[in-house]
Design a binder for this molecule. Structure first.
Ligand SMILES: [Mg+2]
Length: 137
């Protein structure tokens, strides 16, 4: 059997405990998670040239917002089609629509279920169905 490839995921959220929860959950599966704590840091990490399979972006972050990062990604050939899950807080519905318009793959509203995030990440990053048991009914 082939060795399963580990997929790199970049998670950008200015609330460290959120990033930590996502990292713990995704690294139970075939993912290696890199954390960034604002949008500019996320861009800096991407510019270092690692091959990410997915980015998880909080909307409200210092320096560069999630929407700003998404706009940059979608106008750059390197990241035009990089799957992106946007995290929003309650009351940010207007930004959800905007995020989808400019190319978010989907969004999750906080507080979100780590299992649901895992399932979506696996789908979007093409991690296969081995972890199908984590899907929620
Ligand atoms: Mg935030």
């Amino acid at each position: 059997m082939a060795v399963r490839e580990r997929l790199r995921v970049l998670v950008a959220d200015d609330e460290p405990h959120i990033g930590k929860i996502i990292k713990m959950k995704l690294e139970q599966g075939p993912f290696d998670v890199t954390l960034a704590y604002d949008g500019q840091e996320a861009m800096d990490v991407l510019e270092q040239g690692n091959d990410f399979a997915l980015i998880v972006l909080d909307l409200m972050m210092p320096r560069l917002s999630g929407l700003d990062v998404l706009l940059r990604l979608r106008s750059d050939d390197r990241w035009k089609s990089l799957p992106c899950i946007v995290l929003t807080a309650a009351g940010e519905q207007q930004y959800q629509r905007r995020a989808l318009e400019i190319g978010a793959s989907e969004f999750l509203t906080k507080p979100f279920s780590p299992r649901k995030l895992y399932a979506r990440a696996a789908e979007l990053a093409g991690a296969g169905s081995e972890n199908a048991e984590v899907r929620e009914a």
